[in-house]
Design a binder for this molecule. Structure first.
Ligand SMILES: Cc1cc2nc3c(=O)[nH]c(=O)nc-3n(C[C@H](O)[C@H](O)[C@H](O)COP(=O)(O)OP(=O)(O)OC[C@H]3O[C@@H](n4cnc5c(N)ncnc54)[C@H](O)[C@@H]3O)c2cc1C
Length: 781
């Protein structure tokens, strides 16, 4: 087909979904014309309806459409979460509470009505239907768009709102969306004579699925069902009829009330839809090009996410408003009137937009993923949050192969054992690892077993939650203690053959010589080894050699310390936690005489000064805590800590995405502990995971050395053993880093919607995450 002559347009938006139409209307309101290309022959309201939260109504109000949509939809007043296993109500929440910027507002909005309302406000001819973009080329600053019908368009600005399979996102080089392992079915039931349901968001969780229903108005009820398909489910999404039967079958097999089943039964076949759920790996957006020159993406083209927060469509509307503001200002606002060339202003406008939307997208995708993951799990233990530290796992991991009868040498840069961080929460999973190493009971003997956790509001001083820590896990009761690092390291060292650890031995460079690794030490000496295990912490030289990317700064800092009470401290077997006023702080007795404390916060540039010295840091923490409502006994713990017993550091984590494909091992080299998975401390799992690593690594390597009656020095055997270890730890590391990040984000977020979600129904889920992550068995040696 001969290309038709290229027509020229200033701003081309690809896709007439929520993001595309919101951006077009926003620009129109700013007096800027755009053309929207839509591949379908008419508006495509796939998905029927979506929960529309405050943030979306704020965007709709900005576009001048809020009241019209409000009139067409009723406000959902309450949330009821029920267990699909028992039929019992797990949680009820008022959805009309007062938020920071006014009362909360949640409606289930019909997509067709919203898209139509957006279209009606646009000048005639803004949307060109049956116009599918198939490729993008460049001619200087101009983008040349090839359409499926053979026509060509030239655009000065190209905005991709073309959904999850975005051509524009591909052109920008964004990572492909990943399959979440879950699918969703959705539908709409019409009741022309009225459905009679209360304005309630009803959810059913457990039994391997999450289902929900909520009325849009007096005549329509929307429902959804998300689940993890098994091989037996193959082909059920082939037709709406099969899908409907499948959903009804699953719901009938659980304790979901008849009235909910009737809603699904009533949906017409044309009103049922199923799709696998995909999301863009959130950390791929940290450094990705959301905008490049005069091209950018918005909506699902930017941040496809799993539907667990009900925020995909809402954030597409937010994108549209922010984009219209940034681009409109650049073109016609007071900045736009200034002298710089138009293409430079466009570039600056889009880059401002990308800056605003980058972290919002990362946080929403990551949060939605984690919430979905937890909600569908069947573990229903509730617990409040906890804040603990990382460990470098240096000696821990390296010492382990010795238990399998394999000799090894541990190189440590310090002149003696370095127990930096003083203590760490040691969860059930870590005790399993310590038992595998034969030191569990010795550690238990010297550390108090927690019975409960009390969380106080730092603003009011009141106890917000009291939770028993005597919980049953998958394979026995849970066990949580705060273990002193020096004691643990000394215990491990004492179990090792003399001379295993060589102190003051810092590796500065690594070279490969065939199957042998040559290590250069800071004192100028060299050493050769067949197996090199990097347990060298967050700044690992070995991780760098493997090509793993540098850890990212989380923007938060942590200070921790240890106070000694030779005559006894008087605290009970409990974790005390203070949350609010911009910080989280914990007080945790280790035994009868030692108490560990921690404090995490977002430092402002003014606080940098405090981080200069330990004395300043301690005074800073004390001033913050004194200004809040913290009991005198907790303040005394910090006041009592010796200067040498306080440390402070910025919190860093490795992008979990980097670990999805990154080399955890190569040949005879691998990493473990913080060298593998530095994470933020919200789950208190960094040190525990380092112990798990050690056991798994020792098992894999020990088997290789013992295999086949040879001495195990065979390179292929070692390589395979380290490869096996790497695969065993890859997903566990990704999961832990992501969960820790998301829990931290939710706990400290000041975002209105996230805060609201946290206060209504995320808190118990956060608690569940902590325990779920500890309910893990790394196996024996
Ligand atoms: C099960 C489920 C439940 C959900 N529930 C909610 C919820 O409760 N609340 C919420 O806020 N969000 C929810 N979402 C997310 C929400 O549906 C999406 O985030 C939202 O629709 C994204 O809008 P968009 O405009 O970016 O993309 P889309 O709605 O996908 O629009 C993209 C448009 O681009 C067009 N297009 C695609 N390719 C081309 C091309 N090459 N050329 C021209 N046109 C093209 C398409 O035809 C389409 O019209 C849910 C999603 C799922 C899967």
């Amino acid at each position: 087909m001969q290309p038709k002559e290229a027509a020229a347009e200033d701003i081309v938006i690809v896709g007439a979904g929520l993001a595309g139409l919101a951006a077009a209307l926003g620009l129109h309101r700013k007096g800027v014309r755009s053309l929207v290309l839509e591949s379908s022959p008419s508006l495509r309201a796939s998905g029927f309806a979506f929960t529309t939260w405050n943030n979306a109504f704020r965007a709709l109000d900005t576009l001048g459409l809020g009241d019209k949509i409000r009139k067409q939809h009723l406000q959902v007043q309450t949330l009821r979460v029920m267990s699909s296993a028992t039929g019992e109500i797990v949680q009820e929440a008022d959805l009309t509470q007062q938020g920071k910027l006014g009362p909360h507002e949640i409606r289930c909005v019909r997509r067709d009505l919203l898209l139509k309302a957006l279209e009606e406000e646009l000048p005639k001819g803004t949307i060109r239907y049956s116009s599918k973009i198939v490729s993008i080329e460049e001619d200087g600053n101009i983008k040349i768009l090839q359409l499926a019908d053979g026509s060509v368009l030239r655009a000065k600005v190209l905005i991709g709102c073309d959904g999850i399979n975005s051509v524009v996102a591909k052109w920008l080089g964004l990572a492909k969306p990943s399959y979440s392992g879950r699918s969703a079915a959705r539908g709409l039931a019409h009741y022309p004579d009225g459905h009679g349901f209360e304005p309630r968001f009803l959810q059913f969780i457990g039994h391997g699925f999450r289902a929900g229903m909520l009325p849009c108005n007096d005549a329509d009820v929307y429902w959804f069902f998300t689940w993890t398909p098994s091989e037996n489910d193959n082909g059920i999404d082939e037709s709406a009829a099969k899908m409907k039967r499948f959903v009804l079958g699953r719901l009938r097999g659980s304790k979901v009330p008849e009235e909910a089943l009737a809603v699904i039964d009533k949906s017409e076949m044309s009103d049922v839809l199923a799709a696998p759920l995909r999301f863009r790996p959130p950390f791929s957006l940290v450094t990705a090009s959301i905008a490049k020159g005069n091209v950018c993406v918005a909506g699902d083209a930017l941040h496809p996410m799993t539907p667990d927060l009900g925020q995909g469509g809402c954030s597409a509307l937010e994108d549209g408003v922010v984009l219209a503001r940034c681009l409109g200002e650049a073109l016609v606002g007071k900045d736009g009137a200034k002298g710089s060339a138009e293409n430079e202003r466009i570039e600056a406008g889009l880059s401002e937009y990308a800056g605003i939307r980058r972290w919002r997208s990362v946080e929403l995708i990551a949060t939605a993923y984690t919430v979905g993951f937890i909600q569908q799990s069947d573990n229903a233990i509730l617990l409040c949050s906890i804040d603990l530290e990382l460990t470098d796992g240096l000696v821990v991991s390296c010492s382990l192969p010795c238990r399998k009868g394999v000799r090894c040498l541990v190189l440590e840069s310090s002149p003696a054992l370095r127990a930096s961080g003083f203590a760490f929460t040691t969860w059930t999973n870590a005790f399993r690892a310590l038992d595998a190493l034969g030191v569990g009971d010795k550690i238990r003997e010297h550390h108090v077993l927690y019975e409960r956790m009390i969380t106080f509001s730092a603003a009011t001083g009141e106890a917000a939650a009291k939770v028993s820590l005597k919980m049953q896990g998958k394979s026995g009761p849970h066990e949580i203690r705060c273990v002193k690092r020096d004691f643990l390291l000394q215990t491990l060292e004492s179990e090792l053959p003399k001379g295993t650890i060589r102190y003051s031995s810092k590796i500065v460079a690594i070279e490969e010589d065939g199957n042998v690794m040559v290590l250069h030490l800071a004192d100028g000496s060299t050493m050769k080894t067949k197996v090199l295990i990097g347990c060298d912490g967050v700044n690992s030289v070995v991780a760098k050699w493997l090509g793993l990317p540098k850890p990212i700064l989380s923007g938060r800092s942590a200070t921790r310390g240890l106070a000694e009470y030779p005559a006894g401290h008087g605290f009970g077997p409990e974790i005390l936690q203070f949350i609010g006023q911009g910080f989280r702080s914990g007080v945790l007795p280790c035994n009868d005489t030692s108490v560990y404390w921690n404090y995490t916060w977002y430092p402002s540039s003014a606080d940098r000064d405090a981080e200069e010295s330990v004395a300043k840091m301690r005074s800073y923490v004390l001033a913050k805590l004194r200004a809040a409502k913290i009991p005198a006994a907790a303040l005394d713990v910090i006041e009592r800590s010796e200067m040498s017993d306080v440390v402070s550091s910025p919190l860093r984590f490795r992008s979990p995405l980097a670990l999805v494909r990154g080399s955890i091992s190569r040949g005879g080299v691998c990493v473990a502990g913080d060298a593998l998975h530095p994470m933020t401390p919200e789950l208190g799992q960094g040190g525990c995971a380092a112990l798990e690593d050690g056991v798994v690594l020792a098992r894999c390597l020990g088997e290789a050395f013992g295999a086949g009656g040879n001495d195990g020095s065979h390179h292929e055997g070692i390589k395979a053993a380290l490869g096996k270890y790497a695969e065993a730890r890859r997903w566990r590391s990704v999961q832990l880093i992501t969960a820790a990040y998301v829990v931290g984000f939710i706990q400290q977020s000041n975002n209105v919607v996230v805060k609201f979600l946290r206060d209504t129904f995320l808190s118990p889920l956060l608690a569940k995450t902590l325990v779920a992550m500890a309910d893990y068995d790394c196996g024996t040696l």
